[in-house]
Design a binder for this molecule. Structure first.
Ligand SMILES: Nc1ncnc2c1ncn2[C@@H]1O[C@H](COP(=O)(O)OP(=O)(O)OP(=O)(O)O)[C@@H](O)[C@H]1O
Ligand SMILES: [Mg+2]
Length: 236
């Protein structure tokens, strides 16, 4: 469950990136977040995971009041959320397995379980065969799958995916979206930012739309915009 109330964020340079944003997402929902570049999508996602502090408003995420969590307890929030960031930020000097296992190492889990859980996450994204490869040896789509496996390894109830299909060709985008749908079908709540109007219009889900930091649409019937887009293809 995500409850955002009057969320505002002003960056240090005075730029107001979010203004009074409010919405609720129920457990198990799949929601797209759309809006032009600079509209505040990444800022919103970073506020939800407390990667950045926000200036005003409140965020409830499952049992947490996000703005009230002391820094030393933030790890508890982060365990609840799987983050697929706009930048992959993989550890380039270590294998795909280690990239996925990394976040489990700090939890005091034994080696056997770390191995099982990391392998299961890699399996889920179809990348187990690449566990010994280094990130530099992968395609962009494969790297994205590793970041998704990394997000899944703690079995989070919520996934925040920030433009996971950016820079991918059509087939890889469809592959990645299928993966998110599969994860969603298992009951995980998904908030996914995207510019991909074809995808949003093809796989119809609830859509929230930001414009210049304001939430201007919350549409349960979905669609990238209220206008027909001649590029749309319906593949599902
Ligand atoms: N650290 C920062 N300091 C000041 N302004 C920032 C900072 N980060 C982002 N902004 C500004 O906040 C606004 C929203 O940025 P944000 O990254 O949230 O947009 P976005 O919707 O994710 O865009 P994109 O689709 O290009 O990823 C932009 O105008 C950006 O310039
Ligand atoms: Mg962004």
């Amino acid at each position: 469950m995500i409850k955002v109330k009057n969320l505002s964020k002003t960056y240090q340079n005075g730029y107001q990136a979010l203004t009074n944003v409010s919405f609720e997402i129920q457990p198990g929902e799949f929601v797209y977040c759309v809006g032009p570049s600079g509209s505040g999508k990444s800022t919103l996602f970073k506020a939800l995971s407390r990667e950045i502090e926000f200036s005003f408003g409140s965020v409830e995420l499952n049992q947490f009041r996000v703005e009230k969590i002391p820094a030393r307890k933030l790890y508890q929030l982060r365990r609840e959320i799987g983050i697929v960031g706009q930048d992959d930020l993989l550890l380039e000097q270590t294998t795909c397995f280690e990239n996925v296992a990394f976040s489990l190492r700090a939890l005091g889990i034994n080696q056997k379980e770390i191995k099982e859980r990391a392998r299961a996450a890699l399996e889920q994204v179809g990348m187990l065969a690449y566990q010994k490869h280094y990130p530099a040896e992968l395609s962009i789509g494969q790297r994205k799958k590793i970041t998704i496996a990394r997000a899944l390894v703690n079995q989070p109830s919520i996934i925040l995916a920030d433009e996971p299909t950016a820079n991918l060709d059509n087939k890889s985008s469809v592959d990645i979206m299928k993966l998110f749908l599969k994860i969603h079908q298992k009951g995980t709540t998904i908030l996914l930012a995207t510019h991909d109007s074809t995808m949003v219009n093809s796989i119809r889900k609830r859509v929230i739309e930001l414009k210049e930091g304001n939430l201007i649409r919350d549409d349960h019937l979905g669609g990238y915009s209220s206008f027909f887009d001649p590029k749309d293809v319906y593949v599902w």
